[in-house]
Design a protein around this ligand. Sequence first.
Ligand code: ADP
Ligand code: MG
Length: 214
Amino acid sequence: MSSEIIIEILKEVQKAYEANASEIEKLDQAIGDGDHVINMRRGMKAILEIEKELGPLKPGDALNKIGMTLLASIGGAAGPLFASMFMGMAKVLGPDDMDDSKTVAKMISSGVESVKQRGKADIGDKTMLDVLIPVSNLFSELVETDNLPKNEMLGQLMAEAERGMLSTKDIAATKGRASYLGDRAKGHIDPGAKSCQLIIFTICNYLINRGEDK
Ligand code: ADP
Ligand code: MG
């Protein structure tokens, strides 16, 4: 898997994000400060602006550069958190290619670990981690399952992302801006969790449609 694929996937994510932007904006207006979509757009735009520099890099270097770009371009909580995800992924990959699913699973798990450390948050805090942690755990488990068809694995990951996103709805937040609302945050899906579910759906659909064993 090359750095070009990261860019290709990002363009798909950007399209999917625009199609869902108003829904996600409403979520952050309900329990945050309404800037989540602006932050995400700004981050994606900044990465695509350095598309040509990323293309020739090894995937690990590209992920690291993406992380640094996000750190510099997105403000708020989401910038450093998404930056940590990419830098954490890069840490595991080093100069290697991400050519087998076990490496990709380790990479995602390291990325999620970095988000947990950066956000001092865990599952049940009503954040993006309620999607990222269970999906990453399931992915690590599924790559150890022999003969599991690729699309079956991707389908299970999408279902887990959906489940994680919905799990944020009826709980109060204990991290981030929404935590100031106490019980008033209940009844609303967390915007960061929705963004992550959408990103995971888009990546899985991309890989399903691509039809390669990756
Ligand atoms: P801000 O909260 O600074 O306005 P955004 O609106 O872009 O930033 O992002 C908000 C999202 O960030 C939340 O919906 C939540 O998923 C995530 N988030 C906030 N704080 C944390 C944290 N400590 N750990 C993990 N994720 C967090
Ligand atoms: Mg916000």
